[in-house]
Design a protein around this ligand. Structure first.
Ligand code: SF4
Length: 420
């Protein structure tokens, strides 16, 4: 990845488990860089640059990026800052609780804090990074938010009411855009732009929690099934999960979080090593590599058997049952033979299959038009799975009357901007 700053190209270490990445124009919010930088760390060396050939480039002005939002900071980082400012580090948690509890830094903390501390924090760190750009509410209560990030990019996050009237689930994004190229997905059509910071991920959680409260519900679960591939941004997803789940901060609980993947095996292995105890969901969408690769290019790199073996190891270590996500597409992956093949993959495995109804997104990357399976075929697929001994459920489609599919609202907003 190459970062352009004032005409100078600065190489930036990349993530990616050796996977090819589309070139991205990382901006001020580039988490790969910023996550490792202390508050207001200068990007360019004031001494200038000397090229290997000996040519010295003139000294450039020091560029200080915007201060990192408070939500980007871990308790340890804030604690260090407090110490440098002469405050007791014991005040760190009350400060953070005021943010995670109320969603804004100016809310008075319950605990007693030194006079001026909250003002000092509010001056040093922006309380939030994103603003609400659009909000769509479906007849079924699904609420989709388009959040605008400080660099102008947008990201989607969705609140889904539970069948229990007091509960809701949130679907959040881990990246701006996505490089995975799943053919039926609207998000990937705009390409990959950048990873979200941990603060930007947490901010989605806080937005959804406020939406849920306004609807008289409690946000009980979070799934990373929005824009992006979470396993390619674990360096920010994991800290965000820790802070959302932490009883002292977001207080969501580990078991209430599901991290999904299109099948990035090294990511599943890394998650296994964390022992976080979150749930794992694998987007399989086909039982065989040929069909799967036509839908999900990552299938070329990670075959079905390798993905399931990695999920087995995760399940064994975490004790959490893996969910297999399977979006039924008419004439593509919904035959009864494919149902039998899928069920046989589940043999001797305690995994649950979630059948998903497809929300059409128009022309695909490869110029195809996918359609959801008919209800009749969907029922037959489900029945076959169960007859073959698999544990399977049909998830109802959410928000069919709004831009419910992942990436649709953002794509539409981009198209409208282009027209202006
Ligand atoms: S389905 Fe998920 S992983 Fe695949 S392109 Fe869309 S956002 Fe990326």
């Amino acid at each position: 990845m190459v970062r352009q700053d004032k005409g100078l190209a600065v190489s930036v270490a990349s993530f990616s488990y050796g996977l090819p990445q589309r070139r991205c124009s990382a901006a001020a919010g580039d988490t790969d860089t910023q996550a490792r930088l202390p508050h207001s760390f200068p990007v360019l060396d004031p001494a200038g640059l000397v090229l290997p050939c000996g040519l010295a480039l003139p000294m450039m002005p020091v560029v200080s990026p915007a201060p990192r939002p408070l939500l980007d900071l871990s308790a340890e980082e804030l604690s260090s800052w407090m110490a440098t400012q002469g405050y007791k580090t014991g005040h760190t948690l009350p400060v953070l609780r005021s943010v995670y509890g109320a969603g804004q830094v100016t809310a008075p903390p319950k605990d007693r804090l030194p006079a001026g501390l909250m003002d000092h924090v509010a001056t040093a760190f922006p309380s939030t990074a994103a603003t609400l750009a659009q909000r769509q509410v479906s007849e079924d209560g699904t609420c989709k938010l388009l959040l605008r990030l400080p660099d102008g990019r947008t990201v989607e996050t969705v609140l889904m009411p539970d069948y229990r009237p007091e509960r809701a689930a949130g679907c959040i994004s881990s990246q701006v855009g996505c490089a995975m190229g799943c053919d039926f997905c609207a998000t990937t059509q705009t390409g990959f732009e950048r990873n979200l910071t941990s603060g930007e991920i947490i901010e989605q959680f806080l937005h959804l929690r406020r939406e849920a409260a306004a609807a008289g519900r409690t946000l009980r679960t979070i799934v990373f099934m929005g824009m992006g591939e979470p396993m390619l941004n674990l360096r920010n997803v994991l800290p965000a999960v820790r802070r959302m789940a932490d009883p002292q901060l977001g207080a969501l609980g580990w078991r209430q979080v599901t991290v999904s993947t299109v099948g990035i095996v090294p990511g599943i292995e890394e998650l296994t090593e964390t022992s976080l105890g979150v749930h794992l969901a694998v987007s399989l969408h086909a039982p065989d590599d040929a069909t799967r690769t036509a839908l999900l290019p990552m299938g070329r790199r990670f075959p079905v058997q390798d993905i399931l073996a990695a999920a087995d190891r995760y399940q064994e270590k975490s004790g959490r049952i893996t969910t297999i996500q399977y979006c039924l597409l008419e004439g593509v992956n919904d035959s009864l033979n494919q149902a039998r093949d899928l069920a046989s993959l589940m043999k001797d495995r305690r995994m649950h299959i979630n059948l998903l109804r497809y929300n059409p997104t128009g022309l695909s990357l490869k110029g195809r038009t996918y359609a959801p399976s008919s209800m009749e075929q969907t029922e037959a697929f489900l029945t076959t799975l169960r007859q073959c001994g698999a544990v399977a459920h049909l998830r109802r489609a959410r928000g069919p009357d709004i831009d419910a599919a992942c990436g649709q609202l953002r794509k539409r907003e981009g198209a409208e901007k282009e027209k202006v």
